[in-house]
Design a protein around this ligand. Structure first.
Ligand code: ZN
Length: 295
């Protein structure tokens, strides 16, 4: 795996009528693979979702946050990815220990672990009272096509989405990344078919990154006149803390806490997103119980 930092670039093409995003998420996906101990097919499914989240997070502003829930009928169960406008991404899968034989194309069978029916939910916390929610049915389970469908149906923005994760023989992540090309109003039929043709002939994201193509070069394969506007670092970051876990424990209520104090010498709470363990002794739980009582 290369030590290169994960980056995301944003650009425009065709006189501003195309928005383009490309991202390298190798370090991010490897970090989460290690934390959650995902098996290769699960790593690919989680990694593709994290990669989409990184790019969709970059479409947000300020403190806005985006959550993707992939809920298919496959053995991986739910996949969750959360990203913000600052390039911070986290996530988890329900069953990390799922792996399937390669599919007929010799690739990791992502649709096999995700499932081919179910829903993708996108929740945008815009700092308003109610978050924005968009949902679409899963159409392929390979996820790239599913996010393409999400943008077309839920956001009314025709898009091409490419997502890829290449896993090494030792199960670590070799390379991961993706792109999103969004077609805005005003494109001619000829321009649209040129983009469609380019996307149709495009090698996979992982083979382009593996060959050493830069993110900009990858976008140029689709829209040759792409102009990069900005770039940002993408990294894993979790928002958990001991204080937050304490609040969660207090919110369990008095009887639940009393039961834990009675039954357990120590209580361990593990963060879903980063697997960081938070350990509480009986005495510490008793303090939290006092706080729960005074509420
Ligand atoms: Zn955490």
């Amino acid at each position: 795996m290369s030590e290169e930092k994960d980056r995301l670039i944003r650009g425009t093409a065709m006189d501003g009528k195309v928005r383009a995003f490309a991202v390298r998420t190798t370090q991010l996906v490897e970090e989460l693979r290690r934390r959650h101990d995902t098996y290769p097919t699960a790593t690919a499914a989680m990694g593709r979702t994290l990669t989409a989240a990184a790019m969709m997070g970059s479409m947000m502003k300020g403190k806005e946050q985006l959550t993707i829930q992939v809920r298919g009928d496959g053995p991986i169960g739910q996949i969750v990815a959360v990203a913000n406008a600052g390039g911070e991404v986290r996530g988890y899968v329900h069953n990390p220990h799922v792996h399937l034989p390669s599919n007929s194309l010799g690739k990791l069978d992502v649709a096999g672990v995700v499932g081919t029916s179910g829903f993708i939910h996108v929740i945008k916390d815009l700092g308003l009272k109610e978050p924005y929610r968009g949902s679409v049915p899963i159409v392929s389970g390979e996820l790239g096509e599913d996010f393409t469908y999400y943008f077309a149906v839920s956001e009314q923005t025709p898009s091409a989405v490419g997502l890829g994760v290449l896993v090494d023989a030792d199960s670590s992540v070799n390379v991961a990344g993706g792109f999103i090309i969004q077609l805005l109003p005003g494109l001619s039929d000829a321009e649209i078919s040129a983009i469609e043709q380019a996307v149709g002939q495009l090698p996979s994201v992982t083979s382009m990154l593996d060959q050493g193509l830069s993110l900009e070069e990858m976008l140029k394969r689709i829209v040759p006149d792409v102009h990069v506007l900005d770039e940002m670092e993408i990294k894993f970051a979790c928002t958990c803390s001991r204080e937050r876990v304490e609040k969660t424990l207090i919110s369990l209520g008095e009887s639940e806490l009393e039961q834990l104090i009675e039954e357990e010498e120590t209580t361990e709470v593990v963060c879903d997103f980063c697997r960081e363990p938070y350990v509480f002794t009986r005495a510490e739980l008793k303090e939290l119980l006092e706080q729960a009582k005074s509420k």
